[in-house]
Design a protein around this ligand. Structure first.
Ligand SMILES: C[S@@+](CC[C@H](N)C(=O)[O-])C[C@H]1O[C@@H](n2cnc3c(N)ncnc32)[C@H](O)[C@@H]1O
Length: 262
């Protein structure tokens, strides 16, 4: 798995940010359809709100929508280049700030946070990185604050006997998993959250190509009025949802995603 240093180098020096990450929304027919069709329905109960923290904001694919749903938005990312681009891209917005971090620290972020969002970034992070972030969030979240975290679920498969040997033989499969981390899965995130004063209240495990490789976890403080038993859903229809939105985008998505890097 790539180290934090590898990540820093890749996202700052090697990746071509020409279309600011919008290329990853192609399966949905663009970021608008992905936001309004897939992401907003899952987080609508938590926004609009006061302060939003976006962890690993990249070049602002989701910041663009989140900023309109809060009174203050803080973005953190380990890539200097992403932070520079975000500062430039959102320079006219006085309620938005961006901080470079080391891949684990939220020291630059001040409490209280109402909503924490991370999507399409920490699927590559190992359990130590996830734990580092979760361990700081209980202290930063407002009592009724909420975390929406997209992370790997591959750990579920790594526990199967002989999987590592099998997996190392299936190089083609590894490429299809887009660098998901093997040390993380839904159950581990729920357990780590508990250790740090948080509680998972929903986990949607989603798949690609027949494997349930990702998880969308919603977490709250253990003393939150929203705390409840974890509800887990293995959503095998996620790819269908995506395909359908792509078809709808041809009819209903009008914005040209031609924003280029500044
Ligand atoms: C695939 S991009 C996605 C960016 C954005 N979330 C989006 O969906 O457009 C991954 C981003 O995560 C950042 N990143 C990766 N690991 C990180 C970590 N441990 N802490 C902070 N940022 C991280 C990278 O620098 C990069 O900007």
């Amino acid at each position: 798995m790539p180290t934090l240093e590898d990540n820093k180098r890749f996202w700052s020096d090697e990746y071509d940010w020409e279309t600011l990450g919008n290329e990853w929304s192609a399966d949905w027919g663009g970021p608008d359809m992905q936001w309004y069709g897939t992401l907003l329905p899952r987080i609508h109960a938590f926004v609009p709100t006061g302060t939003i923290l976006e962890i690993a904001c990249g070049c602002g694919r989701w910041t663009r929508y989140l900023q309109g749903l809060c009174t203050r938005l803080v973005g953190v990312d380990l890539s200097e280049r992403c932070i520079r681009i975000c500062r430039q891209r959102f320079r006219d917005l006085s309620h938005v700030e961006f901080h470079l971090n080391d891949g684990t620290s939220l020291a630059a972020v001040s409490a209280p946070l109402d909503f924490v969002f991370s999507f399409d970034s920490l699927v590559h992070a190992d359990i130590d990185v996830i734990e580092a972030y979760l361990s700081q969030l209980a202290g930063l979240l407002r009592r009724d604050g909420v975390v929406f975290l997209h992370h790997s679920n591959l750990g579920e498969y790594a526990r199967l006997p002989g999987f590592e040997t099998l997996f190392s033989r299936l190089g083609f499969l590894e490429r299809r998993l887009h660098g998901r981390d093997f040390s993380v899965d839904a159950a581990k995130v729920a357990a780590v959250a508990q250790e740090h004063g948080l509680q998972c209240i929903s986990q949607e495990i989603v798949g690609a190509g027949g494997l349930m490789i990702d998880c969308l976890s919603v977490l709250v403080r253990r003393d939150s009025p929203r705390a409840r038993e974890n509800r887990i859903f293995r959503n095998t229809g996620f790819t269908r949802e995506k395909r359908n939105l792509r078809r709808l985008a041809r009819l209903y998505a009008f914005r040209q995603d031609d924003e280029k890097q500044h």
